[in-house]
Design a protein around this ligand. Structure first.
Ligand code: ZN
Length: 290
């Protein structure tokens, strides 16, 4: 199950080529939305379920609020218990993860070109910005979970006086570069702006700045950029160029000699990274507990 802020996707199967049933529905109240997901899975009696949810989430199994959403501005969902209703409804292995982490797992597990890697970062750049980080084949959790969408990046107010829209930080990465920031800065949604609009050069610069921090901090073997804003394919070559400019030849690897076309990439699974990642989580937790 991939539980997003606007829609939920539930699928049953063993992998991308074996999806036996799938439904999608709008995210309403926690009771109604989780109830629909539970009804769907009860019909299919799966051996295990992977639950991927929008966050922020409590992912610490030792915490009393493990499996809950924590502080979200989404009405009705603050402190909502995602895992609990599934635990009460099913006596099978359940895996629980942040949606963007599941998307990273999906790309890492199922995309043939990622099989040889042991590190990968998946960014979603859409209504919000987040990143799922895989290092040594494992999703990075840490104290809570990484919030790479809220890092600080250079903001030149003489070039871009827009103050940013993050309710917590104003002009953090998400505050400057998520879909709502594009819409607020330019007075129209990003997808209605033409390719030649100055919005995209600015946007690519912010994304490149964040990616360079990630490259220098984690040295991932590949970076996948998904989410609504990245539907603008024109952004990819711009971002790659700016990443190379910012690194200025400092990171030495055959990967950085070319145009980064194989390094900063769109999702191999399209918009299905999250739900297919949840399926990979279900398989892994089922194997562990068998
Ligand atoms: Zn922020």
């Amino acid at each position: 199950m991939e539980g997003g802020g606007t829609k939920f996707v539930c699928a049953v199967g063993s992998g991308p080529d074996d999806i036996r049933d799938e439904i999608r529905f709008s995210t309403t109240s926690p009771n109604e939305t989780l109830g629909r997901a539970i009804d769907f899975f009860q019909k299919h009696q799966p051996a295990a379920i992977g639950l991927a949810s929008f966050g922020p989430l409590d992912l610490d199994p030792a915490s009393p609020s493990y499996g809950h959403v924590t502080a979200t501005p989404k009405p009705g969902w603050s402190n909502a218990d995602i895992l609990g209703p599934f635990r009460r409804a099913f006596d099978i292995p359940l895996a629980f993860e942040l949606d963007v982490n599941a998307a990273a797992i999906g790309e890492y597990t199922w995309a043939p070109e990622n099989r040889a890697l042991d590190s990968l970062v998946y960014y979603t750049i859409g209504t919000g910005i987040g990143a799922g980080i895989i290092v040594n084949g494992q999703v990075v959790h840490g104290l809570t979970h990484p919030e790479a969408g809220h890092v600080r990046i250079p903001h030149d107010r003489s070039k871009d006086p827009f103050p940013g829209v993050c309710p917590f930080h104003g002009d953090c990465f998400e505050g400057l570069a998520a879909g709502p920031a594009l819409a607020a800065r330019w007075g129209q949604p990003g997808d209605s702006l033409p390719d030649e609009h100055p919005a995209w050069d600015l946007e690519a610069g912010y994304i490149a700045a964040a990616l360079v921090n990630t490259i220098l901090t984690l040295s991932p073997q590949r970076i996948v950029l998904g989410g609504g804003v990245m539907q603008r394919r024109y952004l990819f070559p711009l971002i790659r160029l700016k990443v190379k400019e910012l690194l200025n030849g400092y990171v030495v690897s055959p990967v950085f000699e070319g145009d980064l076309g194989g390094y900063i990439v769109p999702p191999a699974l399209g918009n299905r990274s999250g739900v297919l990642g949840a399926l990979a989580m279900a398989r892994a937790t089922g194997d562990e507990q068998r």
